[in-house]
Design a protein around this ligand. Structure first.
Ligand SMILES: Cc1cc2nc3c(=O)[nH]c(=O)nc-3n(C[C@H](O)[C@H](O)[C@H](O)COP(=O)(O)OP(=O)(O)OC[C@H]3O[C@@H](n4cnc5c(N)ncnc54)[C@H](O)[C@@H]3O)c2cc1C
Length: 398
């Protein structure tokens, strides 16, 4: 190793929700932890997410209410506790966009939704909404379906990233891989930053899709990663009422998922996901936009969005590799093969960030990795501070 050594408890690489949440939780527990981000905090999936903190009902509707469902269904309450300042991570100051998330039936599909809702898994988790309480876009005499309220909430992701980063300002650093390098010394990993070598008790990789290269840089093959691509649609318009909901169609997964945001000038943007996005990963953007316009015209024909501008966004969901390439059900934390002090982690959903941080803590304790070093990161003070990622609705429209 060259130059000076800085011994800390945990070095985290990657400042999306996984890294930021875990940094907050571990430092609150007394660990000396530092996070290193190579672009902007919250880049890629986190800033591209719809901000839904969901209890897994959309998966229950799809009939995949697996053995880890309890973890997911507990998450909205865990987040609410953190938002109120009483959880393991302090989310006071994070903007909640909606306390409600709706489930609504598309044309002619109420019977199917009725049978799904009769499922024993859903009892107690879903509440029928009376027409006077329908969200504004469904308040039309021409709407023939039914609306249900889920126990989910929607958070404003830029304010989530800002809050988590600003609480740990002194522990968040930019990293330039032109000058930095992961080092492997026998069975242990360290981080070379020019003149300083950071020697952590534990190296934690939370770089989303970037984990694959970092794992390879340490000469490892496991844990392996999978990418599940999708292409979201954004429409900026003049319709002022917000809308958060899944439209259920003929398939078990949501046909369309809508969340509402505002660009930096306050103009409303609907962010469209669901089958529309997952079926369209490789579709030509112009064709996808035409399809999205048709979807809205079929599902909400009475709605007048005013002059609208459209864009699409292709993103990969990065996750631990599954035997079937399907969606994993829990946050994942796993040791790198052959390195004693390195793990890689993927939350698999924004919602599961608390589960990921708990699992990291559990594994640290199992390895007897306790807070050992003073939380003095002054030796890293010369490193740059990374900016916050800009929401896609502020970069994709002219
Ligand atoms: C379109 C879309 C919508 C979604 N909506 C929801 C939702 O509503 N609710 C929900 O629960 N989940 C949702 N998800 C899933 C959720 O967004 C992700 O599971 C979660 O954000 C992953 O967080 P992460 O921190 O692991 O990765 P990322 O958010 O991708 O963050 C990785 C970070 O690591 C940094 N990085 C990468 N490589 C390096 C490197 N070599 N060195 C240093 N830093 C590096 C990146 O710049 C980035 O800041 C959605 C996902 C997508 C794609």
């Amino acid at each position: 190793m060259s130059g000076r050594e800085l011994h800390i408890d945990i070095a985290i690489i990657g400042g999306g929700i996984a890294g930021l949440w875990t940094l907050n939780q571990l430092r609150n527990r007394g660990y000396s932890a530092a996070l290193f981000e190579h672009k902007a905090l919250g880049s890629d999936q986190t800033i591209g997410s719809q901000g839904m903190i969901h209890g897994g009902m959309k998966y229950a509707l799809a009939g995949s209410w697996g053995r880890d469902a309890q973890t997911l269904s507990a998450m909205p309450a865990v987040w609410r506790q953190c938002l109120a300042g009483g959880g393991k991570v302090d989310l006071r100051g994070v903007k909640v966009l909606s306390e409600d998330f709706f489930l609504w039936s598309g044309p002619g599909l109420q019977a199917r939704l009725n049978s799904l809702l009769a499922s024993k898994f859903l009892r107690g988790h879903i509440e029928t909404v009376t027409p006077q309480d329908y969200p504004a876009p469904l308040r039309s005499a021409d709407y023939r379906g039914r609306v249900y309220r889920l126990a989910d909430l929607v958070v404003d992701v830029p304010s989530l990233v800002y809050t988590l980063a600003s609480r740990q300002r002194e522990a968040v650093f930019g990293i330039d891989w032109e000058r930095a390098r992961l080092l492997r010394q026998g069975a242990r990993a360290a981080l070379l930053l020019g003149e300083i070598t950071v020697v952590p008790q534990q190296l934690l990789l939370t770089a989303g899709a970037g984990n694959a290269n970092l794992i390879a840089a340490l000469g490892c093959e496991q844990p392996a990663m999978q990418r599940r691509p999708l292409q979201q649609v954004l429409v900026r318009h003049h319709y002022d009422a917000p809308f958060y909901g899944h439209c259920m169609g003929a398939r078990p997964s949501p046909r369309l998922t809508v969340s509402s945001h505002r660009d930096r000038n306050g103009r409303p943007v609907w962010y469209l996901g669901g089958d529309l996005a997952t079926d369209a990963a490789e579709e030509d953007p112009a064709q996808l936009i035409a399809r999205a316009r048709r979807e809205l015209a079929v599902l909400l024909p009475w709605l007048e969005l005013g002059a609208s501008e459209w864009a699409t966004l292709r993103l990969d969901r990065a996750e631990p590799r599954q035997a079937t390439s399907l969606r994993p059900e829990r946050a994942f934390v796993g040791k790198l093969d052959g390195v004693e002090n390195a793990r890689a982690a993927w939350p698999t959903k924004l919602t599961l960030s608390p589960d990921l941080a708990d699992e990291v803590e559990r594994q640290l304790q199992a390895d007897n990795i306790r807070p050992l070093h003073r939380p003095d990161l002054a030796a890293l003070g010369h490193l740059p501070r990374p900016p916050l990622a800009t929401p896609y609705w502020d970069t994709l429209f002219p």
